[in-house]
Design a protein around this ligand. Sequence first.
Ligand code: 7RM
Length: 655
Amino acid sequence: MNDDIDVLLTETRSFPPPAEFARTALLNDPNIYLEAANDTEAFWMEQARTLEWIRPFTKGLEWDAPHVKWFSDGTLNASANCLDRHVRGAKRNAAAIIWEGEPGDRRTITYWELYRQVNQFANVLKGLGVERGDRVAIYLPLIPECAIAMLACARIGAAHSVVFGGFSPESLRDRINDSECKVLVTADGGYRRGQVVPLKRNADKALEETPSIRHVVVVQRRQGSTIQEAHTEMKEGRDHWYHRLMHNASAQCEPEAMNAEDVLYILYTSGTTGKPKGIVHTTGGYMTGVAYTTKYVFDLKDDDVFWCTADVGWVTGHSYLVYGPLANGATCLMYEGAPDWPEKDRFWDLCERHGVTILYTAPTAIRAFMKWGDQHPAKHDLSRLRLLGSVGEPINPEAWMWYQQHIGGNRCPIVDTWWQTETGAIVISPLPGITPTKPGSATMPLPGFSAALLDIRAKEIDVGGGLLALTKPWPSMLRTIWGDDARYVETYFTKWPGRPDLYFPGDGAKRDDDGFYWILGRVDDVLNVAGHRIGTMEVESALVEHPAVAEAAVVGKAHDIKGQAIAAFVTLREGFTQSSSLRDELREFVAQKIGAIAKPDDILFSADLPKTRSGKIMRRLLRDIAEGRALGDTTTLADPNVVAGLKDQYEAQES
Ligand code: 7RM
């Protein structure tokens, strides 16, 4: 962590909002920071009132740390906020979703059409026995039906649990079982780099052990015929084609009046144990947080075309591809596939053809674009772009500068947005018409949010490095972990003993002389690989399930494009010998168990792992080895020779 602080301390460039941008921005008066800080509860109540409530709330915050409620006597419906209020007005015929599939198929869906399809699918779900309070799993490629299924759940008061299409059958199974989903919505297949991802076939494997599932709805990716390569059996009575059910469904479904604190969705994310956590978001607070941040962080106006490149399987897709933009009546671009398919200019081609004005993507993608070369964006007219965003991991100043110059034409402000699955909405980010930006800094908490940098005793660090804390509750914060409230308390509110009012996100950060935050990354056993959160324990648990593996330790190692890559140290069971084919087999095994995103880059076989005398694996030393650094302090090790031997071996393998 200290190396990172040094690098960031030398970054002194600062960019005020471009004058022309600031002049027309929705927010350009810095007083908003002070107003929100003076009465944060009143500030949030004002934001919440921009939503459409069925029964208006009178209560704001109820904080019984670490448990929280917001607007608890109000009722509303998230899908009505995203659709019904727009189809009553001028947005009725505006495009809600401009979608493009990887093979090049296109669909544009107006608010009116989306409204009708969501109503129909809400009735389909009801017809399959889904009731208010039930859970529905969604395992889809990035197609408009993702948004339709999510909003249909919200309409009838069922919680959705979206599982990223890149996750394995076992990962899907565990998530379905943890929250006992009644229905699964999937597709015959999706596309990634020209390959078919056979989602229904994967789902069928998961469904062998998911007793709670009564019905499966399958979207046919190509009208009229199922994708040949993904062909799969439909199980009589359980499996239904989406288009057949929709054909007979009424397009009128009254939205349920949900309590502000009713669950809107569950989204699983990695933590420091082998078992992912079901993050619970509720209706009123979450919708308030995403509607407010989408509008002001992205300065969203009627004629914008907003493109968030995240998949709906991650929180960024939930908040900034579906709920936030649609609550604001925005026009969103949704693209299914890879940025380098069929050519490395696909993103810039999309931006040009669809007239994208706001682009929100991840540092790992930006670093890949840099590597592919300036000629790809240079071929396209990107002059409609007016604002750029970054999310998912720290952005290195070099990538930030490249993004500003080669994508933004030195004209667009960049909003580096720090937040998490748990925060629901962006927390630390510039306001593009107000806040000066510095390459590599997410700047400061948005109005309404409060952060501090603390040492381990909860003492505030004014300038320097420390642990990031969120010091006041905010409406879109998680409410609990599904089925495990003790884990909620323990994970987020016990870092500073006796201070259940302090939320610990798990990140380390630096604060500079201007009070700007520079996020350094996770300080716990969570990795961030290409912007995806993966727990070291999850990968370790997968590895030890292989019959050859006795013990495994997984660490992150710096990677120039992915940010972090996975390195695994493995000790074999008696009777197994190391080989390059076993190494490949183990990498493939992890991909099968969790998903391709968790596949280790390196596997090192070793007779022993470096442990303290109490038996704890010293990950710090493993990281030193994986990143080729001089070994840190080894005096607390039970056997210092182990780690020296490992380092030699690792270096021999690398060369
Ligand atoms: C939105 C999302 C959360 C973790 C978080 C950080 C890291 C996210 C930034 C960032 C530096 C950023 N949700 N992170 N955004 N680090 N600058 N702008 O990514 O739950 O999947 O991950 O991602 O470590 O704790 S997430």
